[in-house]
Design a protein around this ligand. Sequence first.
Ligand code: FMN
Length: 372
Amino acid sequence: MNTTRRGFLSAAGGAMLAASLPRFVQAFASEGRGLKEGAKGRGAAMRFLGREERAMLDLASCAPSGHNTQPWTVRVDRPGVWSIGTERSRWLPAVDPENHDIMISMGAFIENLAVAAGIYGRRFEYRLKGKGPHDTELVEAQIGRGTALDFPAARIRMRRTVRNGLMTREIGTAELAEVTGSDARFLYFPRPTPMGRYLSEATLEANRAQAWRDEAQEELADWIRWSKEEQSRHMNGLTPASMEITGIAGWYVRTFFNRQSVLTKSFREQGMAMARKQVENCAGWLVLAADGSGPGALIDAGRAFQRMGLLLREKSMAVHPMTQALQESPWREEIASRIGVKRIAMILRLGYVKSYPGPVSPRMPLESFVGV
Ligand SMILES: Cc1cc2nc3c(=O)[nH]c(=O)nc-3n(C[C@H](O)[C@H](O)[C@H](O)COP(=O)(O)O)c2cc1C
């Protein structure tokens, strides 16, 4: 057994011990829940949910989302029938006007929920209600009795985005097939290949374009929680820890940075320097193609992304979504045909990591996104 594997097992054991604790309590044990304004009125929904259903939703909310906005909402229509949708105030209109990333994030949430339902021996079925990505009611889900799935909840709790420390070591073809389940929507381009180099360059240049697009940078600024106080008040967004700004630098930004700092020239330049380091340090690029442009196809792509995400830690592999080339011109118009697919759902840096960090990104309490 190698160290990384041992590290995962002990971390998983820890997570299992704390399985009944919501993840945000684990991550911010000293901060308290930080219930959002208006959350108390929504507490009513909790009466319609059993302990296991709450645990399923808590696991579902460990899903990744762009800027960690956690766009999901769940309305309990009647016992076992939930309407799942998105909350407008957690969309990202400046970088994602078509709610493309929102649909991917919803797919990740639904995948987590489907797996969590299995863990608790429930059957999970859903039908798409939304016709477009801006329909706030997306899916009607039915939760019934089913057969138990042998799947460690720790895989859901311990999954995380890793931005630093990805290695350039080549990815094993067999290992890649295991995590992607040989899903043909995943296309892999090692970094030194012509297509790998094109993706690095396009990502870097699109990052630069986005950093200097004020509207996009202001939206980013709105979703960064610099201080501990902001972090525990919102329980969403990006934090110094989740952006991997640690040590003295972490203390400095937590203490002195604010919304305005994100708009300065030096912050944008530092962001670019970091992006350059990131694109140079990975094994390659994983492109996830979408089977269509509607919410159904993007939710399905999000589910595939999350299915893979849940298996990465055990292989010491990490992914870092870098979506700017799908958001900025001219790359967004040309990139799919350059890759040779009709539509791209996601672009991900991929690499092995030596020591896998634990999850640090906050999650909102159930009361903030579950209602009646
Ligand atoms: C659709 C989507 C797009 C994302 N785009 C980016 C991105 O461009 N850059 C980045 O650093 N992280 C990106 N992320 C990662 C999120 O920031 C991350 O999932 C979120 O902060 C929660 O952290 P966690 O994944 O560690 O739980 C993206 C995630 C999703 C689901």
